[in-house]
Design a protein around this ligand. Structure first.
Ligand code: GLA
Length: 387
């Protein structure tokens, strides 16, 4: 279904259920060119919003109820703003978490009706959860005339995930969701929370996502574990360098002093993060120079770090990145997102796209039990009102 049809379907469903006219909002998924697991270490990331999105139809009610309808799951849930509790229906928590944060931050919000759905594949590392959180935060801000600024909305949506959903995610996904603009990647400095745009204007290349089809149940526990391991590393570094607040403040030469002073695993985790931060800044330079070979090489290095040092890849994503390296039409590839599956991101020449991806798909499908899904994405704008 394309964009126009999605918003029409969501709106029609809303009118059918609630018999009133909603505000319509589009909230995109994201890719991350480079900078993985650096956000919660106060580092750099380089994501971009894409043309796969969640569509929202929302209106206010005259009572304190929130009536939520998932278009994709065909499920409805009702709760009261005065007694928000975690639901066993997991999709509900991404929405209630936002209402909960608004209330905790002292904003007066009314009850609301909400229908949402879209085409961001779940568990593929394209951040459907941040799209749900930030999309609803945006809609409720508008409908209740709360005048919350964009960065506050980002923080609020992130906190909804940290506190209500229970994943200690960093700020990248919610940030790019709100701040994304058409045709541009966004460099976010997760320490200062400043940002700058880097145009991704290459007419003859596409961003292709290869979905491994693997969504490890492990992902959230291992994610929180990686955070803890990085913090462990910082504690040891601070014994010698008290001024260090996060891995962002540690250089490649400083971390190398700790090789024999740290557990080997903790050392690898820290080294990966520090090197990945440097790669993000190099990637920005490569984008400015239009140097796709350099950008591609950085993506491969990033995957290498994810596979061997941060240890969050999986056989399927390693296999896909391995195949990409043998393809002349692919500049670079790496696993993207939280880890243990999801999609690999591939920078690939447009003219070879169909042939190359078919070749890779055949090899993948023959080797694994799940079939490779391929998405071609365009860099698009952040969360906004439609119509
Ligand atoms: C998930 C989190 C982000 C980020 C990435 C890894 O997408 O939501 O905050 O940490 O994993 O880079």
């Amino acid at each position: 279904m394309d964009k126009q049809n999605f918003s029409k379907e969501i709106k029609n469903k809303f009118i059918q259920l609630f018999n009133s006219n909603p505000l319509l909002v589009i909230s995109p998924g994201r890719v991350n060119l480079i900078g993985e697991h650096t956000d919660y270490n106060n580092g750099f990331v380089l994501p971009a919003a894409i043309d796969k999105a969640i569509y929202f139809a929302v209106s206010l009610r005259n009572d304190d109820k929130c009536v939520l309808y998932s278009f994709d799951m065909e499920e409805q849930h009702e709760s009261n703003l005065n007694a928000l509790t975690k639901s066993p229906m997991s999709w509900v928590n991404y929405l209630l978490g936002v209402a909960d944060q608004l209330i905790k931050a002292g904003y007066k919000i009314k009850g609301f009706n909400c229908v949402f759905g879209g085409n961001i594949p779940i568990g593929a590392g394209l951040s459907s959860s941040a799209a749900i959180e930030a999309g609803l935060a945006f809609a409720l801000n508008d409908l209740n005339s709360l005048n919350i600024d964009k960065l506050e909305l980002v923080k609020l949506a992130q906190k909804a995930e940290n506190e209500f959903v229970g994943l200690q995610c960093g700020i990248m996904d919610q940030y790019i969701n709100i701040f994304g603009i058409d045709g541009n990647a966004l460099l976010i400095d997760c320490k200062s929370l400043e940002y700058s745009y880097y145009p991704f204007h290459f007419n003859d290349v596409s961003i292709a996502l290869f979905n491994t089809g693997v969504t490890h149940a492990l992902a959230s526990s291992e994610y929180n574990k990686r955070r803890a391991e990085c913090n462990e590393g910082i504690k040891i570094i601070r014994k010698k360098y008290a001024e260090v607040a996060s891995l962002r403040d540690v250089s490649v030469s400083i971390i190398s002093e700790f090789e024999s002073l740290m557990d080997a695993v903790i050392y690898k985790r820290c080294k990966y993060v520090i090197e990945e931060n440097a790669r993000v800044l190099s990637a920005c330079k490569a984008l400015e120079a239009g140097d796709l070979n350099k950008l591609g090489a950085l993506l491969y290095e990033s995957h290498n770090g994810l596979q061997n040092d941060y240890e969050i890849s999986c056989d399927e994503s390693d296999f896909l990145v391995g195949l990409a390296k043998n393809e002349k039409s692919i500049y670079g590839a790496r696993q993207m997102g939280g880890g243990f599956g999801g999609c690999t991101i591939n920078i690939i020449t447009k003219k070879d796209l169909a042939e190359t991806s078919q070749r890779i798909k055949t090899l993948y499908d023959n080797k694994f039990n799940h079939k490779l899904k391929i998405y071609i994405t365009n860099i698009s704008g952040g969360t906004r009102i439609i119509e």
